[in-house]
Each structure stands twice: as structure tokens, then as C-alpha cells.
Design a protein around this ligand. Structure first.
Ligand code: NAP
Ligand code: MG
Length: 403
């Protein structure tokens, strides 16, 4: 069989621990036999990040800007323990944070739905994609512990020295204060990334804030979204047969619980933090959650939503068997390959991505799965496979689908 040819390389960001082991297996078993795989390889494993003073992470993000599509393996974000474990020169920043800063993106997370792993919310028939704004609000706050009586004010000083001043509160005794901000630039790119992703995936877009209470701050988010929608997206949405829907955050939460799914839910930073964990756990497992960073300029970086699965890696190092779920990492590859195919007009590559996803889902639905899924499935005849044998089982299904 002739291998599928690629014209533009994918930016390949290798990673750490158990996911680095899975990465190699996925390439060898599921990709290289079928695709004349072109990648520009960046080793984001912690050792090489340390060796290059983290330059490799910046280079990989710059390459993503150049080529347009990247696929990333999970990576360690160093903490004190990692400093000693890897003899680090510095406590390097989170690679995802660095990449996000270069690409200025929004993160979209979507559960992978299979029969036998039912969401806890029984009316959710289709995936709910959560789009989280990843800048500002309480994540970049300034706080004061108020010691006693006094006046708290909010002051903005313009470059020419003029001031805007508002009283926050006249304290009669001790209390607390918090200052938060966001920028039009960041909210605008968040809105555009959401509208583009909705068009890309032909799904409705929901957005919600608490604008009835926060009449300036949250209302500004609502206004920016509405303005961009009317100017740039209304016609495109109508043509695609999809809808942009704004509501209050509490109304959105109530509606999400009653909905069938199949839409994108855009959330402000804090709402997205809280709701993405609720949505992902209700859909079954972090190992069944894909994640894609979309920049406003239309650059895509695909990854799994989970980490490097450290506990399994230590078992692996001791020569013990592991049963690590590779589904989200397989889907990171299929997502990136499909997007590359779409951008380069290579239908075969897009078909291969579809087939790889179908093979993965069918393998699980036939009862072959890793331990994490075996623990929660409603299927009766289940074969629990180790990390390697699950990937081999997907390969068998893939071969059968190709006959
Ligand atoms: P983790 O890798 O997400 O794993 C936490 C636990 O979740 C695992 O011990 C395992 O539970 C379960 N799990 C997660 N993914 C799984 C999979 N694919 N298959 C089966 N079980 C899975 O988080 P962590 O162990 O707390 O963090 C490890 C490293 O990952 C950290 O250094 C962190 O910085 C990094 N991290 C990276 C990213 C990223 O690159 N995007 C994201 C998050 C964390 P059991 O042990 O019960 O089997
Ligand atoms: Mg969180």
C-alpha cells in the first residue's frame, strides 16, 4: 500500500514521561506505516528544555506560527520536586503558558464520546466543547487585606495624568479588596477565536457572563462579542446554519444541564476553569478529552487535556505493566493531521484522520480498553489491555477498516 504524502510539515512537540512513551508507540504503530509523515520535530521533554534554557519551547511556538499546525505531547511543568529530579538550572515556566503567550490563543476542550462510557447527564447526546478565555480577571488580580476602617478607591491614571476615581467601599472595620482587569485586545481575540471555531466545526456558539450585576466589566465582554458578531460573522453564521446565543451565566448553566450537547460554550476565565472540570468529569474521563489552542490568526495546536501521567511512568520505569489511555493523544494527532490535510487540500490525509478516530472508538466499543475506562464502562464483556496492547488493538481495527 502506498503511503499518504504530505506537503507541509506538522510541528511536532514531543513531551515527557508516560505520554512520551505513548507518543513513540502511536507514531510507530498508527502513523508511520500509513503516512509519509513530515514533521518538524521539537523536543519539549524537560531535559532538552533545560539544556536549551527553554529556547526550544519558544522555537516550537514560532514554528507553529510559520506552518500553522502543531501537535503537542503532554509536558512537565516544573515544581520544586522536579528541580532536584531533573537537576534543572531554573524552574522553567509551563510550556503551555509560553506557547499560549506566543500564539495568543483560546483553548477549546471537547470530550470524545463512545458507546459504553455514558455521560452522567443522561440527555447529553453530543459533546459540549468548552472555550475558556485564558487571560486576566481573577487570574491576574491585585489583592489587599484591609486591616481596619478606611476608604477603598478604584483609581485609573491616564498617560496625560487625568484621573478616573470611584469609591469602592467605606470600611468600618477589617475586610478584603481585589482589583482585576482585562483588555479589549484579549477579549477581541477570544471572541474571534470562538466565532472562527464555531464556523470551523459548524456548531452553535453560546456565551454567558453576569452582565446584569457587572454592568461595566461583564457587559463589556458582551458588547465586544456582539459588535464583532454583527460586523464580521452574522452573514457567515447564517450561511453555515449556526447560531450565536448570548445569555446570563446562571441561565447558561441551567440550560447546559438540559441540553443535548453539540455546541460550543464560551466562558470567561474563571467560569471556564470551573465549568471545564465539571463538563469533563461528567463526560467520563480526562483521558477522553481533546484540547486545541486556536489563535486569532488561525493557527492550531492540538494536544491531550491530561498531563504526563507520572504515576504510570514510575511503574513503567520499574518494569511494571501500565494501562495508560492513549485516546486523547491519538486524537491530538488525528486532529492535527486532518487540519493539515484541510489546509493543504490533501483529502487522503483527512480521510485517514477520520478512519483513525473511528478505529479508536470502535476498538473501545468492541470492549477492548484501558483500565481507566474499564472501571466506568457500562459494557459487559470487557478486555482490559495494557498501554501497548491497546494501541495494537486500534491498529488491528484500523487495518480492518482499510480492507
Ligand atoms: P495527569 O498526568 O493528568 O494524571 C493524573 C492522574 O489521572 C493519573 O495518575 C491517572 O490516574 C489519571 N490519568 C490521567 N491521564 C490518564 C491517561 N491518559 N490514562 C489513564 N489515566 C490517566 O496529572 P499529574 O500526574 O498530576 O501530572 C503529571 C505531570 O503532568 C505534571 O508534571 C504536570 O505539570 C503535567 N501536566 C501537563 C499538562 C500538559 O502538558 N498539558 C497538563 C496537566 C499536567 P491513576 O493514577 O489513578 O491511574
Ligand atoms: Mg481548573
Amino acid at each position: 500500500m502506498e503511503k499518504i504524502r504530505m506537503t507541509t510539515p506538522l510541528v511536532e512537540m514531543d513531551g515527557d514521561e508516560m505520554t512520551r512513551i505513548l507518543w513513540k508507540m502511536i507514531k510507530e504503530e498508527l502513523l508511520l506505516p500509513y503516512i509519509d509523515l513530515k514533521t518538524e520535530y521539537y523536543d519539549l521533554g524537560l531535559e532538552y528544555r533545560n539544556e536549551t534554557n527553554d529556547q526550544v519551547t519558544i522555537d516550537s511556538a514560532e514554528a507553529t506560527k510559520k506552518y500553522g499546525v502543531a501537535v503537542k505531547c503532554a509536558t512537565i511543568t516544573p515544581n520544586a520536586a522536579r528541580m532536584t529530579e531533573y537537576h534543572l538550572k531554573e524552574m522553567w515556566k509551563s510550556p503551555n503558558g509560553t506557547i499560549r503567550a506566543v500564539l495568543d490563543g483560546t483553548v477549546f476542550r471537547t470530550p470524545i464520546i463512545v458507546k459504553g462510557i455514558e455521560p452522567c447527564v443522561k440527555n447529553w447526546e453530543k459533546p459540549i466543547t468548552l472555550a475558556r478565555h485564558a487571560y486576566g480577571d481573577v487570574y491576574k488580580n491585585t489583592e489587599i487585606k484591609v486591616p481596619g476602617a478606611g476608604k477603598a478607591e478604584l483609581v485609573f491614571t491616564a498617560q496625560d495624568g487625568t484621573e478616573i476615581r470611584e469609591t469602592i467601599h467605606q470600611f468600618k472595620g477589617p475586610g478584603i479588596l481585589q482589583g482585576i482587569h482585562n483588555t479589549d485586545e484579549s477579549i477581541t481575540s477570544f471572541a474571534k477565536a470562538c466565532f472562527n471555531y464555531a464556523l470551523d466545526t459548524k456548531q452553535d456558539l453560546w456565551f454567558a457572563t453576569k452582565d446584569t450585576i457587572s454592568k461595566k466589566y461583564d457587559h463589556h465582554f458582551k458588547d465586544i462579542f456582539q459588535d464583532i458578531y454583527e460586523k464580521e460573522y452574522d452573514a457567515k453564521f447564517k450561511e453555515a446554519g449556526i447560531e450565536y446565543f448570548y445569555t446570563l451565566i446562571d441561565d447558561a448553566v441551567a440550560r447546559v444541564m438540559k441540553a443535548k450537547g453539540g455546541f460550543i460554550w464560551a466562558c470567561k476565565n474563571y467560569d471556564g476553569d470551573v465549568m471545564s472540570d465539571m463538563v469533563s468529569s461528567a463526560f467520563g474521563s480526562l483521558a477522553m478529552m481533546t484540547s486545541v489552542l486556536v489563535s486569532p490568526s488561525g493557527v492550531y495546536e492540538y494536544e491531550a487535556a491530561h498531563g504526563t501521567v507520572q504515576r504510570h511512568y514510575y511503574k513503567h520505569l520499574k518494569g511494571e505493566e501500565t494501562s495508560t489511555n492513549s485516546v486523547a493523544t491519538i486524537f491530538a494527532w488525528s486532529g492535527a493531521l486532518r487540519k493539515r490535510g484541510e489546509l493543504d487540500g490533501i483529502g487522503e490525509l483527512m480521510e485517514f484522520a477520520d478512519k483513525l478516530e473511528k478505529a479508536t472508538i470502535q476498538t473501545i466499543e468492541s470492549g477492548k480498553m484501558t483500565k481507566d475506562l474499564a472501571l466506568i464502562t457500562s459494557l459487559k464483556d470487557v478486555t482490559v489491555l495494557n498501554s501497548e496492547n491497546f494501541i495494537k488493538a486500534v491498529k488491528e481495527t484500523l487495518e480492518r477498516l482499510s480492507e
